[in-house]
Design a protein around this ligand. Structure first.
Ligand code: PEP
Length: 253
């Protein structure tokens, strides 16, 4: 299976910075083409810009564009929301749902995340479903229980469509902290998630399981070498072209 490297720009960027980043990415990919799938999940106001830049540069053909959140609603009186159809129209092939920052700062529940995944799937967009335990949950020995509960909600709401999702295991304590799960720690949780998906669908082999949490140019290769790690969801290092290119290269072997 081709690996998938997904950048999460979070609340970062500007028209000028995005153009500079994509220009540098294009130069790197021209010199050393990616043999993995690549997506950048940008702030919504920049989706059209990034999609246009991608379309204008053949070296960026491999690059897909994604959103960072999606509404469960199709249209109507939901101020501030962005529908899956709108993301699709702006060229999105993916959307992140249930990122821990949304769960933490916006009170997103497992059920809401499951409905967001459903809205994305209905529009033909691949949801990148994030699951992961907090430090307190890990220290209490609850990692497995937490990630299984989070994924179970998405499986329950999406039935046979579950084979169309991407799952990102992102230990909350590793996001933006510089602390990475060891390859063995990450693999152990990925194996649990893989088994859960296998029990849910006979198409589980096509579901990519990404690791996220301070993945960078130095640790990407060892994480990506694990048997159940099919790619990465990358925050900070996705904003630096040289680092993101090194991660893409590590996923291209
Ligand atoms: C993320 O935002 O999903 C993430 C993993 O961030 P970072 O790589 O900065 O830890």
């Amino acid at each position: 299976m081709k690996k998938l490297i997904a950048g999460n720009w979070k609340l970062n960027g500007s028209l000028a910075a995005n153009e500079a980043l994509l220009t540098e990415l294009a130069q790197g990919l021209q010199a050393s083409p990616a043999a993995c799938d690549v997506v950048v999940c940008t702030p919504a106001p920049y989706l059209a810009q990034v999609h246009a830049l991608k379309s204008a540069q053949s070296a960026l053909a491999v690059l897909e564009v994604g959103g960072q959140d999606v509404s469960t609603q199709a249209s109507g009186a939901y101020t501030g929301e962005i529908s899956a159809a709108m993301l699709k129209e702006l060229g999105c092939r993916y959307v992140i749902v249930g990122h821990s920052e949304r769960r933490q700062y916006h009170g997103e529940t497992d059920a809401l995340v499951a409905d967001k995944a459903k809205a994305a799937l209905a529009a033909g967009i691949t949801p990148i479903v994030c699951v992961g335990e907090t430090l307190a949950e890990r220290e209490a020995g609850r990692t497995e229980e937490v990630v299984k509960r989070q994924l179970a909600a998405v499986i329950h709401a999406n039935g046979h469509c579950i084979s169309e999702i991407v799952v990102a295991y992102e230990p909350v304590w590793a996001i933006g902290t510089g602390k990475t799960a060891s390859p063995e720690e990450a693999q152990a949780v990925h194996a649990v998630l893989r088994a859960q998906l296998k029990a849910a669908t006979d198409q589980s082999a096509r579901i990519k399981l990404l690791y996220g949490g301070s993945m960078n140019a130095a640790n990407a290769a060892s994480l990506l070498a694990q048997s159940d790690i099919d790619g990465g969801l990358i925050g900070g290092a996705a904003l630096k072209a040289a680092d993101f290119l090194k991660i893409i290269a590590a996923a291209s072997v």
